[in-house]
Design a protein around this ligand. Structure first.
Ligand SMILES: [Zn+2]
Length: 616
């Protein structure tokens, strides 16, 4: 098998495929011309895949275009592109996926194309514990392949998106084609507001946040408008309330420049939730009552949620009491590096380390920074030690393992943002490697995003996709991915005992523990791709500036300080043995060194000068 990123590779980026056999490989363009060939180098046994694997490095291929790999053992790869715009459509679709999760409205053809559905779930809900209380709580996003809506997962998903927007706003200029598009507000904020308006309805009178809104039992595989179940509002938990305070405070700051009234409503909700937390310092947990099988989203501690809430409340208000709480948490050594719904502590680090609004004391910053760098360097070592460059050990392939990959990708990005020089470049590359894994550099050979990649998964555990009568799935959804101990009946039946963890996967709609979709698996992917697009654009601009500077200097006959590099020449019409020596600025050379990490070691790789047939 040849595993590669089926969306493609950045022009100046490292380009590697993982192969399961020893071979020579050729990279061919869409006309069948061989553009590069080499010997795949043995990596050795990869424990998570159970395979002895080989690496084909084709980093020197820098001409934008569409390619595939063929080996001398007659294997062929999926097609992939090289270019700097390869992730733009992916970014749009990952974000647009949230529109397809909207509940309480119809999805119209104008926005949804063929994936329309009528208005769903507008019926009023009743409190689980007091059926006489009826509330209007429609709206929000369906959480996953089911039709439930849950506060903690919602808070994590909105936070991923809002931080992506706050840190990389230039990646959100494009309209995604939703009803609000063109209203002068970036669509990512329009989309998040759809969820936040629902969340505002989910606050109890006393400020606590209801844990979830679902039917008692999961609906059958029917379209959302055909699910007529009674929906219930489940009791308040401290986990949900702390997540709620945090995301409302964060959102209040983000929306302030766009809509002061909405920002005010969000800040009031955040303050009320915080008051509830002060009045309930003990852990108020949640577990599913009898006769309810919808998502539980339970937790064993709310310390990380309270930490995140304190961080965002400080950023919103600047009040010293929150900084005191942050200091206390810092001493207690609560985790500070995860971005999932169960451990949200990484969001506190994002708040403390990337926010310019209200700076915390240097002591606290230092503590958070240390925690982030320590964990990121531990994960970087895992990346360096496995062939697929994924930040997971065999034991990390849990239910929703793609979330682990994406969240660790986010940590690499945070580490890159607070580092300099070579360390920052290593974290950036590791973040990109996590995306490569999701898009096909893995032992199953699937791209785990619907509609993106020649071998993208097609059968998500998602009720509308199963019930809509349309063959292909809605594009832009991330699969949960391999799970070493699957817990749904189909996966338990089909996956043999002892299967290597990276291969414990089936593209089957029945396998909810392998192939469901959720809002909080898409949202870290949006964050990751936003960063990579920004990084690529920045690199392109630097490159153009450097080139312009060189040109100017040459014209003025005052040559820039230069170094020499030898580069294998692109195929030309002249069949000469063509190696050219060109002059570049030091800045360019440094960029090259940063982006091509292993090119030098591919001694055997060189451009082919003769036209060759693709079918050989
Ligand atoms: Zn609905």
């Amino acid at each position: 098998m040849i595993s590669l990123d089926q969306e493609g590779y950045l022009t100046l980026g490292k380009k590697q495929a993982v192969l399961t056999g020893r071979c020579r490989f050729r990279v061919k363009d869409k006309n069948g011309r061989v553009k590069l060939e080499g010997q795949a180098e043995e990596f050795g046994m990869d424990p998570a895949s159970g395979d002895n694997v080989f690496i084909a490095d084709f980093t020197p291929l820098k001409t934008p275009g569409t390619y595939c790999i063929r080996t001398d053992t007659a294997e062929g790869s999926c097609h992939f592109r090289v270019g700097n715009d390869i992730y733009h459509d992916l970014h749009r679709d990952l974000l647009k996926a949230f529109y397809f999760q909207r509940c309480g409205c119809a999805l119209e053809e104008k926005y949804a194309g063929k994936f329309t559905h009528a208005c769903c779930h507008t019926q009023k809900a009743m409190l689980w514990e007091d059926r006489s209380v009826i509330k209007e709580v429609s709206g929000g996003w369906h959480d996953a392949g089911d039709y439930g809506r849950y506060i903690s997962p919602a808070a994590a998903a909105v936070a991923h998106l809002l931080y992506a927007f706050r840190l990389f706003p230039e990646c959100f200029n494009e309209k995604t084609g939703i009803p609000e598009s063109g209203n002068g507000i970036p669509d990512v904020l329009n989309e998040c507001r759809y969820e936040l308006e629902w969340m505002l309805k989910m606050q109890a009178e006393d400020g606590g946040a209801y844990h979830k809104l679902t039917s008692a039992m999961h609906a059958d595989f029917v379209m959302p408008q055909d699910d007529k179940s009674q929906f219930y509002i489940f009791p308040v938990s401290s986990m949900a309330t702390a997540d709620y305070a945090a995301v409302m405070a964060l959102a209040s700051c983000v929306y302030e420049p766009y809509d002061e009234d909405f920002a005010y409503r969000l800040s009031e909700a955040a303050k009320k939730a915080w008051e509830w937390l002060e009045e309930h310092p003990e852990y108020v947990g949640f577990s599913n009552p009898d006769n309810c099988n919808t998502g539980e989203y339970g937790d064993e501690s709310d310390l990380d949620e309270r930490l995140w809430a304190a961080a965002e409340m400080y950023m919103m208000t600047g009040e010293k009491k929150y900084q005191k709480i942050l200091k206390k948490f810092a001493k207690e050594e609560v985790g500070k590096t995860d971005f999932g719904w169960t451990d949200v502590s990484g969001f506190a680090s994002l708040a403390v380390l990337t926010n310019k609004r209200n700076r915390v004391s240097e002591w606290i910053r230092h503590d958070f920074k240390n925690a982030v760098i320590q964990e990121a360097s531990r994960l970087l070592q895992i990346v360096e030690e496995n062939a697929y460059r994924v930040a997971m050990k065999p034991e990390d392939y849990v239910w929703g393992s793609n979330m682990v990959v994406l969240n660790r990708g986010m940590l690499f990005i945070l580490a890159a943002l607070i580092s300099n020089g070579e360390s920052a470049r290593a974290y950036e590359q590791a973040a990109l490697d996590q995306l490569h894994y999701i898009l096909g550099v893995n032992a199953t050979g699937y791209s785990y995003v619907t509609g993106h990649g020649e071998n993208a998964f097609k059968h998500p555990h998602n009720r509308p996709t199963e019930a809509d009568g349309i063959e292909e799935p809605i594009p832009g959804f991330v699969s949960g991915g391999p799970c070493k101990k699957p817990c749904d009946a189909k996966a338990m039946e089909m996956i043999e005992e002892g299967t290597p963890p990276m291969k414990c996967y089936l593209d089957d709609a029945a396998c909810y523990s392998l192939n469901e979709i959720t809002i909080y698996w898409n949202s870290p992917a949006v964050f990751l791709v936003s960063f990579i697009i920004k990084m690529t654009d920045k690199l392109g601009k630097t490159k153009r500036r450097s080139a312009a500077k060189t040109e100017k200097n040459e014209t003025a006959k005052a040559p820039a300080k230069t170094v020499k590099k030898t580069e294998v020449m692109e195929k030309t019409r002249t069949p000469a043995k063509a190696r050219k020596t060109e002059t570049v600025t030091e800045a360019e050379a440094a960029e090259e060194t940063e982006t091509k990490t292993k090119a030098e070691s591919v001694k055997d790789t060189e451009m082919i000068e003769e036209m060759e047939d693709c079918n050989d």
